[in-house]
Design a binder for this molecule. Structure first.
Ligand code: WT7
Length: 653
């Protein structure tokens, strides 16, 4: 499972690091009893999160329903855009809400007043284009301020947004629009990647063709500055906000359980799954964790380096920081362009207080060397965080020492697209940190590690991480549905002993102090660089290539990324390997996007199969990691194992 190989590396995993007194003195949460207090007052404890928001109508109950449907902040009505923008106008209208660093070295800032103005103008434009409450608007753009404006404009008029990662292909965009029944699109003409333009609008056009032109209106942000001609039902973003200059739109009050947005994630079926998040529960969870874990205050500048196309960007670039009235920083570029000190230069220039990134990035920084951060003044930093995959103790310590200067707590936050916000992490002003272990569940969160029978495992034993109580940021599917464990899968823990439970599909251990250490996914999903991909989706793309007979995709080790995508491909008799290699990469890029391209492709005459014809993935994973193969007696074709091992050893990387 993920990270095993990296958890060693000469660092004693029994290490403990106390939060520095200078941090604790000013922390938002310092109450050592906070977990006990929440426990004794559950679910009402979560009022602390809801109280961070402005409610148009007060809620009647913190949690309506002991069984699904769970209605967090039942009866309450609110608007997310009002909470992220309007309500800050009184105290801090001229404070920077959003600061953007573009790929070509440009920067732009928006005060809360500026953001309010543009969000209103764009909301008015969307309405006139025909967008009604509950219509899904698809947003397909890189990290530019207009993406945040569009998200907030949608929230203002009660139209759920569906952000599709800009690097996804036309096919992936079309699939997501069709699945969401979304007929409105906001995109851009293109953007720069490592100095070269990517023609985003072409991809959007191809998606529209795949959708039989069933797109009511497309708004195009001019990012390349080349004023490309627009077709019917296509509108220039800048022209629209100019046309609606000064327009205002009242924020539409939404029920707490009304949908705020939709985001797609990789599920086990191979089809992307739409996860729908609520307005009240989600926003309260985002705001509470932004304060309690990221320790954000309005005067802080926060930089979450995740792309807004992923849930991390939704919650900790957009909704969380803006809900608490902080300054959020957006960065469109890559960390090593133009130079490998880009991140540190930006932190220095913007005096960033809190930096939240992925372990894969930390490992890259570590490899590039400490001379890059050392060349910059990073003393503005107060707190560091990671998310997306396990962080090995060596990288944790490097981050703590070379970026945090030894006096910033590091929070290793575990959560998922489905949870909406953080679930397992230390509280930086309260808890001892243990490098390599995410920490205890958040106050009010019940996370347990159980065995196949659903019973708690002993400290240090491997089990499944399950969430055994609802939480405010839970998605609508869980809010509504009953019977999460109706069909018990024998490969999964039996959760029928719990009144309600959600299996996270992550393997984990827990220690005597209740600290959870994550071990990676237990399903057919690969987690690479903090992004989740379904192996089936990648396999389907590869299997479509002419000359490919069959393919199996698993995750395996990677020096830098931690985990990598390994594809085992069996080719048809007459296919040339060199050509296939390229075709495989292209097919995945077309079907999903370059982010999902396999890092390692191994050709094999046959895939290892059981007598019943099932591909033995466990074996392919073991081969990828160079581990002991275990029992191979169930194999029909045991000879292929040796062939795979030698192919992997010979491959050029
Ligand atoms: C999966 C969720 C939530 C934002 C990023 C990815 C893995 C997430 C950690 C962590 C170990 C982690 C899990 C989880 N994961 N955070 N701190 N330590 N693993 O969101 O695409 O929904 O993926 O990411 O495997 O299930 P996602």
């Amino acid at each position: 499972m993920a990270g095993d190989d990296q958890r060693q590396g000469g660092v004693d995993s029994g290490d403990r690091v106390e939060p520095p007194p200078s941090f604790v003195e000013q922390a938002n949460v310092t109450d050592a009893d906070v977990r006990a207090r929440f426990e004794g007052d559950w679910p009402d404890c979560w009022a602390a999160a809801a109280d961070l928001l402005d409610w148009e109508t007060d809620y009647d109950a913190v949690l309506g329903g002991e069984r699904p449907p769970f209605r967090w902040f039942d009866g309450g009505r609110l608007n997310a855009c009002h909470n992220c923008v309007d309500r800050h106008l009184g105290d801090r209208k001229n404070q920077v809400a959003l600061t953007w660093e573009g790929r070509l070295g440009e920067s732009r800032t928006y005060s809360y007043l500026d953001l309010h103005r543009e969000v209103n103008e764009f909301a008015a434009a969307l309405r006139d284009l025909g967008v009604a409450e509950d219509d899904v608007v698809t947003l397909y753009m890189p990290v530019v301020p207009e993406l945040v404006v569009a998200m907030l404009a949608c929230a203002r008029i009660g139209a759920p947004h569906s952000v599709v990662f800009a690097g996804f292909s036309a096919d992936a965009l079309a699939t997501r629009m069709a699945a969401a029944d979304s007929t409105y699109l906001v995109t851009c003409d293109g953007y720069y990647r490592r100095g070269a333009p990517v023609h985003q609008k072409n991809k959007a056009d191809n998606a529209a063709i795949a959708l039989d032109d069933d797109v009511e209106a497309t708004v195009v942000v001019d990012r390349l500055g080349d004023d490309a001609p627009l077709g019917d039902d296509e509108y220039d973003y800048e022209d629209l906000v100019t046309e609606y200059r000064g327009a205002t739109v009242d924020p539409v009050p939404r029920a707490s359980t009304d949908q705020l947005f939709l985001i797609h994630t990789s599920g086990t079926t191979g089809e992307p799954t739409g996860v729908r998040h609520t307005t009240g529960g989600y926003l309260a969870h985002a705001a509470w964790t932004s304060r309690a874990v990221l320790d954000l205050e309005p005067e802080d500048t926060h930089w979450c380096s995740a792309d807004i196309g992923w849930i991390t960007g939704h919650t900790y670039t957009v909704y969380g920081p803006l809900a608490v009235g902080a300054t959020t920083m957006l960065y469109e570029g890559t960390p090593d362009h133009p130079e490998k000190d880009r991140v540190w230069e930006l932190i220095e220039r913007n005096a960033v207080d809190v930096f939240y990134t992925a372990p894969t990035a930390v490992r890259a920084f570590m490899k590039w060397g400490e001379q890059y951060p050392e060349a910059h003044d990073l003393s503005s930093l107060r707190l560091l965080g990671t998310v997306g995959e396990p962080i090995n103790p060596r990288a944790w310590k490097w981050y703590h020492e070379h970026i945090g200067g030894g006096d910033c707590p590091v929070v290793d936050t575990w959560w998922q697209t489905e949870t909406g916000g953080m679930m397992v992490t230390t509280l930086p002003g309260v808890d001892t940190m243990k490098p390599g272990s995410a920490g205890p569940p958040l106050p009010g969160v019940d996370a347990r590690v159980v065995d196949a029978a659903g019973d708690p495992v002993d400290p240090g034993e491997t089990g499944f991480l399950v969430l055994t109580r609802p939480w405010p940021g839970m998605p609508l599917s869980m809010v509504e549905d009953d019977g999460w464990f109706a069909d018990h899968d024998p490969a999964r823990p039996d959760l029928s002993g719990f009144e309600w439970a959600y299996g996270t599909e992550d393997g984990a251990t827990v220690d005597e102090d209740g600290y959870v250490t994550l071990l990676g996914r237990v399903d057919d999903v690969v987690n690479v660089s903090g992004r989740r991909f379904a192996t089936m989706e990648i396999e389907a793309a590869i299997a479509d290539v002419e000359g490919v007979a069959e393919a199996a995709v698993v995750s395996g080790p990677h020096d830098l990324k931690g985990r990598a995508i390994y594809a085992y491909v069996s080719a048809a008799e007459d296919a040339a390997e060199a050509d296939l290699r390229e075709d495989v990469a292209d097919a995945v890029a077309d079907a999903i996007g370059p982010v999902a391209e396999p890092d390692v492709v191994v050709f094999t005459p046959e895939l290892p199969k059981t007598r019943s014809g099932k591909i033995m993935r466990r074996l392919l994973e073991a081969v990828a990691s160079g581990e002991d193969l275990g029992d191979t007696s169930a194999l029909r074709n045991p000879e292929v194992v040796g062939e795979l091992e030698s192919a992997l050893a010979d491959r050029d990387r």
